[in-house]
Write a new protein. Sequence first.
Length: 254
Amino acid sequence: MDLAGIDLAYLLPFIAVGFAAQLVDGALGMAFGVISNTLLVGVLGVPPAQASQRVHLVECFTTAASGISHLLHGNIDGKLFFRLLVPGVIGGIAGAYVLTSLHADVVKPFVLTYLAGIGLYLLWRGLFYPPKLREAKLVAPLGLVGGFLDAAGGGGWGPVVTSNLLIQGADPRKVVGTVNSVEFFLTLTISATFIYHLGLADVAGATLGLLIGGVAAAPLGAWAAKHFPPKAMLILVGVVLSLTSGYGVYRALG
């Protein structure tokens, strides 16, 4: 890989996309894949298949940087981490290797509609109710489903797991930090074979730009998650989840 031959002007838009997507994801626990894919395909004109491949590879590195940043900021709940980790990885492996009768494109609009509804509920709850924090009860099944959907549908770990833990009343700061940290192991598991076949040469170019921007934004996202009050985080998660899921439904049905 010849880094000396890389055009910085060509990289800048991809660095900006990676930075913006990871800033939102690190602060709110979701949407790196959705935002990156949307901007790459809709704004920069990258073919959908190439966009998906690049984002999937980059997430292995951005989730590692984000997890370390959240750990340093004290945003991780150790108990919740291990309750999510094992079922999440099992669900990811199942989603990657088990063939189902329904194609992901058939299921995706229904999942996105469900997530858009959750986003609106979180927005309403954040606006009209002061959040009452309590320990989440339904964790392992949530990790299993989130991991499966992330692998089988090309994304969904953050929106599914983060939003449902918030609905159960868990501390938003701990939820975002923990979900981001577990995602590293999930993404690494799902992507291991893909990265092996892809090779390191593909890190050059647009993928390198996404990687630089994403890793640079990771500490800022973790800092934001630590300092946002719970009420503001509920509102922001609700807005981001509603907009990204609603746009996904529009594209899927359009």
